[in-house]
Design a protein around this ligand. Structure first.
Ligand code: DGI
Ligand code: FE
Ligand code: FE
Length: 397
């Protein structure tokens, strides 16, 4: 197995790092990539205005998920956990011990590559891993690489591969930090990483989470979920706004509810229950047993207390999974938009899509019926609110 190892301060991780990771993974044909935020880098003092190791790790984990690579990408905390200075030779020893049969490749930018012979224990580094150096800017080329490659090959029998990343401009993390502090939205950051920075007020950002514009609200919400769910949330937003327009609901409320509706979807049972405790959410017996039912409750609380959303928006989020008897128009819109937004694909979705612009209640009822049928077919107990919502919409028949 070929394992790529990409270490760095990643303060913060940006699109330049991500492009390099993708390019190196393709060029080397990697089977796995490890992105390793460093502890105390030996070559520079920890930046006073930088983020903590914990935050750098979390941002790297978000970026790793956004790479869209088909190979596993892991972000271990092994350098952050190791006391003292971070030496690459120690990291490689650790990884080699864990994967003795695998081929290791160390990824790095030009400046690092050109000083490699002066690192701590270069002979250990170069005996344990091949080097994949990438030019970070136009013009970094063979003329710079060749002499260094020859030196390393002669002196240490190093295996060296060099790649240039076409069109990649130099991105400086310190400039990014300054621009963030000045309130800019640098294109060079993945929106989800930027959302994480805003949520935690890193790098001197002072975003008021309770009064965010749409772009920032999306960034914050996306930073809480996995990349593969973003198209669904995006689709749900578009659908909810269209439905609000059709059924005379407030478009902004529909948009906000949709953007945030699944923001706690990836929390595990323990994290869900801890939020329920923090926000005094009272759970019934079935909710306590079913983690899938909790994200609508905790999502509503986060919308309320972190993002300052109005009650009606939070209620829509609260009922989006099960529905309930006597729903408001906004609650129906989010429930059904979640069910039939453009990226959903299941038998009968077209019927729902046609119906929902003709008769909102009939579409919600059909959605509930399909949901009950699906749950029952899988042997999953149906929540009383789902049954109550259905009964309410069928009463009088
Ligand atoms: O979060 P989404 O995947 O976008 O959609 P959702 O919030 O409707 O969640 C769907 C999940 O919730 C699905 O795994 C089934 C589950 N679910 C929905 N209604 C009920 C339910 N689970 C139980 N036990 N009972 C329900 O009535
Ligand atoms: Fe959901
Ligand atoms: Fe959803």
């Amino acid at each position: 197995m070929k394992i790529g190892i990409y270490g760095g301060t990643f303060d913060p991780i940006h699109r330049g790092h991500m492009a390099a990771a993708r390019a190196a993974s393709g060029a080397l044909g990697l089977d796995k990539l490890l992105i390793i935020p460093d502890g105390t880098p030996p070559h520079k003092a920890q930046d006073a205005c930088g983020a903590s190791g914990h935050h750098r790790l979390e941002m790297a984990r978000i970026a790793a998920d956004r790479l869209g690579l088909s190979i596993p990408v892991e972000v271990p905390d092994l350098e952050l956990k190791r006391p003292g200075k971070s030496y690459t030779s120690d990291t490689l020893r650790q990884i080699h011990k864990r994967h003795p049969k695998d081929e290791l490749w160390l990824l790095m930018g030009t400046d690092m590559f050109l000083t490699l012979h002066r690192w701590h224990e270069p002979e250990v580094i170069l005996s344990l891993a091949g080097i994949c150096a990438f030019g970070r800017a136009e013009g970094d080329g063979e003329d710079l690489f060749a002499p260094q490659r020859e030196l390393l090959e002669k002196q240490y029998h190093a295996r060296v591969t060099t790649i240039t990343l076409p069109g990649l401009v130099e991105i400086s993390s310190s400039q990014l930090r300054q621009r963030l502090e000045a309130g800019e939205r640098p294109e060079e950051l993945d929106p989800s990483v930027r959302g994480y920075i805003l949520r935690h007020g890193l790098y001197g950002t002072h975003a008021d989470l309770k009064h965010l514009g749409w772009e920032d609200l999306r960034a914050c919400s996306y930073s809480m979920i996995r990349a593969k769910r973003i198209p669904h949330v995006r689709g749900c937003e578009e659908e909810a706004v269209r439905l609000a327009r059709r059924w005379g609901e407030d478009e902004d409320d529909a948009r906000a509810a949709a953007i945030l509706h699944d923001c706690t979807k990836y929390l595990n049972l323990e994290e869900q229950l801890s939020l329920c405790g923090k926000y005094d959410i009272i759970l019934d017996h079935m909710e306590r047993e079913t983690v899938k039912l909790l994200h609508s409750k905790t999502g509503a609380a986060i919308a309320r207390w972190e993002y300052g959303m109005p009650e009606r928006v939070c209620d829509a989020i609260c009922w989006h999974t099960t529905g309930k008897p006597d729903m408001t128009t906004l609650e129906k819109i989010l429930y059904i938009a979640d069910y039939m937004e453009p990226t959903r694909d299941f038998d009968g979705v077209e019927r729902l899509r046609a119906l929902v612009y003709e008769d909102l209640d009939a579409a919600v009822r059909l959605g509930l019926e399909m949901s009950v049928e699906d749950l029952t077919g899988r042997g999953v107990p149906v929540h009383p609110n789902t049954l109550g919502a259905l009964r309410f919409l069928t009463k009088g028949e």
